[in-house]
Structures are given as structure tokens and as C-alpha cells.
Design a protein around this ligand. Structure first.
Ligand code: SF4
Length: 162
């Protein structure tokens, strides 16, 4: 049986790609993938060339959209991430959905705090993904803990994978 491909933030699969050289291996994600789905790991920050370990980044509110900067240095990664996303998305047309890492300035689906603001935003890569593939279901590992949300996501992925 042909496996349906789902994009997954690499750190959720146990890859040590986080800024501190650690991972966020998530058993719910791994169990969901099981025999039926194939994970396509993506770590936007590493693939962009930010390195491991690296300075942590945060989102800061801008006039039109948030920008992504190093927490200590203030180095602005916004344009580099935007360019990377445009290019990477061309290679992800095989996907039927994406499981993102929550609260990440790159991967968060909408729960990323904006520095010194009350509001929250999506991470820059996740935002570009949903804009480019508006029909594809996305979820994060926290939302996956909810059975109804998980089942809904799986049903939509299967629908897309047909
Ligand atoms: S949250 Fe996204 S950018 Fe951050 S380590 Fe995980 S895959 Fe990489």
C-alpha cells in the first residue's frame, strides 16, 4: 500500500535539531504515523543554515507582519526564512498534511507569542506553508493530544492523499 506523506517538524521525530541541540520527540506523533503514513521531516531553521546549536529566535510584531530575530543579537532572519520557505514549498507538493511543532517562531501554527505583545502569531514557515497549501490540513503536537482534533486531522489527510 502506498503510504501517504505527511510533513513533520523534524524535532518531533527525535532529530536533535533544536537551537540547544536537543529534540522534542513526541510519541503521539510517532504513533500516528504508524505503518500507514510516511513522515517527511523538515527543520526550517537547520535547512536554512542557522546551525545546531544556534541562537534562539523570537517573533516581534512588525507593521505588516511579524519578523524573526535572534533573542540576544537581534539578528534579523525574516528575509532568509521567507526566501527559504518559498523555495522549500516547491519541493513539498507530495504532502497531504503537516504536523508542526507548537509555539516555534518557525513552525508554530498560531500560538507563537509575539515579544512584548498580548497577541500570538503563526511561525514564519508554518504561515508560508498554509498560505501556499490552503487546502492541506495542519496540526501541532499539542492539538494532536485531543482525540477529536486528531481524528479530524487524519480524516482530512486521507482525503487529500487519495
Ligand atoms: S520547531 Fe521547527 S525550526 Fe524548531 S527545531 Fe523543530 S523543526 Fe526545527
Amino acid at each position: 500500500m502506498k503510504k501517504i506523506k505527511i510533513g513533520v517538524s523534524s524535532c518531533l521525530l527525535g532529530e536533535r535539531v533544536r537551537y540547544d541541540g536537543e529534540c522534542k520527540r513526541n510519541q503521539t506523533v510517532i504513533d500516528l504515523l504508524g505503518q500507514r503514513f510516511e513522515a517527511v521531516p523538515v527543520c526550517p531553521e537547520v535547512e536554512l543554515g542557522m546551525g545546531v546549536p544556534r541562537e534562539a529566535v523570537q517573533l516581534v510584531a512588525g507593521d505588516l507582519a511579524p519578523y524573526m530575530v535572534g533573542i540576544e543579537s537581534g539578528k534579523d532572519w525574516t528575509q532568509a526564512m521567507t526566501d527559504f520557505s518559498s523555495q522549500k514549498l516547491q519541493a513539498l507538493t507530495c504532502l497531504s498534511g503537516f504536523i508542526f511543532k507548537s509555539r516555534s517562531p518557525s513552525c508554530g501554527t498560531g500560538n507563537v507569542p509575539l515579544h512584548h505583545e498580548q497577541e500570538k502569531s503563526a511561525g514564519l514557515f508554518a504561515q508560508a506553508f498554509t498560505k501556499h497549501f490552503p487546502a492541506l490540513p495542519v496540526i501541532d503536537e499539542e492539538q494532536l493530544q485531543d482525540e477529536k482534533a486528531r481524528e479530524g486531522f487524519i480524516a482530512r489527510v486521507i482525503e487529500q492523499g487519495r
